[in-house]
Design a protein around this ligand. Structure first.
Ligand code: ATP
Ligand code: MG
Length: 393
């Protein structure tokens, strides 16, 4: 029965003169998300609000709501009945019908909230609320009024059309992607990094991604898994340019030349260096990782400090204070968990030492890296030049 949605947004309403930029970004992201829903839609902007109107005979309510729930910046999705103004009696009748359709003979308390954007309507806001409330009480023995803490807030808005709505479906919050610059996500096939990308995109940041692939030690299926994860993140963030770096030679070189308990940390420093290269190329203003303090040896405070030392850009680590279980819960919520736990090896697990250092010393690590002086620059160049770019949308 619903053929229109009122989209309410939160934080972006407070951005002063830049507000239209935020609204335009939100509209762009809603359009992008709705490509994943069945139906055709029209979007319009009216006084600090956005309407999505169904423009095709066939459309699917559930996939439409699911798509809207993935748009950052959306606070509430209110499916609404939109009617023409055919006088007050018609409005009352249709409102009663609407309530019956949605709530059947459920008992509930309600209050009517009316707004009149068009001053030529014969009743004022208070008048509309009172009169509709009265009609509803007459028609429906299962409802009572509670103006302080109602279970149902029935909204009647007299605008160009009349909007009737009472359902509030929560959106993800955050800010529309495209309003806060770009950052480069180090995306692996694990549980953490897709969640990290989601969280930064949620703050309005456009993301691109880098994956370090180590064939034949990591398989095509491991790469496909990362592509699939990027697609899942892109449902929220919008299109992602995924850089697939062939990391095998560098890893083997480190393996040959450096102490094995330092492999992971040195490898991670090279990942950061290469990621920074692509960040610069893409106009990214930061890197994003899925690191969390103490989760593994390479994520102790000491290790993070040594890894960070190679970076000039800020490294955003949105999971830094989260426990593994909290990260898992979030990945289930956003729909990446099932893919993340597929059992394909990732490049770090293959070259991992039995007893990696947990308190690396920067000068020691730097000394070990000198063992790579002969060939590493050429190898980095080679890795960058042979990187495959996959456009994910
Ligand atoms: P994740 O679940 O995200 O893979 P993890 O618990 O396996 O994380 P690490 O392997 O130590 O932890 O990786 C820490 C972070 O480094 C990851 O969250 C990711 O941002 C980055 N990273 C690790 N391996 C790769 C890779 N092969 N390609 C791109 N980024 C990677
Ligand atoms: Mg990993």
């Amino acid at each position: 029965m619903y053929r229109a949605f009122l989209i309410k947004y939160g934080e972006i309403g407070t951005k002063g003169n830049n507000r239209y930029l935020f609204e335009d970004a939100l509209i762009r992201q809603i359009k992008y998300a709705l490509k994943g829903a069945e139906g055709k839609f029209e979007l319009s902007k009216e006084q600090g609000r956005i309407y999505v109107t169904v423009a095709s005979d066939n459309y699917d309510y559930d996939s439409t709501v699911a798509a809207l729930k993935r748009v950052f910046g959306v606070l509430w999705i209110c499916p609404m009945l939109q009617i023409e103004d055919n006088g007050f009696d018609d409005l009352a009748e249709q409102t009663i019908e609407y309530i019956k359709d949605i709530y059947g003979d459920k008992h509930f308390t309600f209050k009517v909230k009316a707004r009149r954007a068009r001053k030529n309507y014969p009743l004022d806001s208070m008048g509309i609320a009172a009169a509709i409330g009265e009609k509803l009480l007459e028609a429906n023995p299962n409802v009572t009024v509670d103006v302080h803490d109602p279970e149902v807030e029935l909204n009647i808005e007299i605008r160009e059309h009349i909007n009737i709505y009472s359902e509030f479906i929560p959106g993800p919050g955050g800010m529309p992607v495209g309003t806060n610059g770009k950052a480069t996500l180090l995306l692996s096939g694990g549980i953490d990094s897709p969640v990290a990308g989601y969280m930064i995109a949620k703050r309005g940041v456009t993301i691109d991604a880098v994956y370090f692939h180590a064939p034949p030690y990591t398989s095509e299926r491991a790469k496909q898994k990362v592509v699939d994860l990027a697609k899942l993140v892109a449902r929220y963030s919008g299109p992602i340019r995924l850089h697939v770096v062939n990391f095998t030679d560098i890893q083997l070189y480190i393996y040959d030349a450096c102490p094995h308990d330092e492999l992971t940390i040195i490898m991670r420093r090279y990942m950061m260096r290469i990621a920074e290269h692509f960040a610069a190329e893409e106009g990214s203003l930061g890197l994003i990782t899925g690191e969390s303090i103490g989760q593994v040896a390479s994520q102790t405070m000491h290790s993070l400090a040594v890894t960070n030392e190679v970076c000039k850009l800020p490294v955003l680590r949105p999971l830094i204070g989260m426990d593994k279980q909290e990260i898992i819960d979030r990945s289930i919520e956003i729909g990446t968990y099932e893919t993340s736990i597929l059992p394909f090896e990732d490049c770090c697990t293959i070259f991992v030492a039995k007893h990696p250092v947990t308190k690396p010393n920067l000068s020691v690590i730097k000394k070990s890296e000198h063992h790579l002086d002969e060939k590493i620059d050429e190898m980095m160049k080679q890795a960058i030049e042979t990187t495959e770019i996959i456009e994910i949308s």
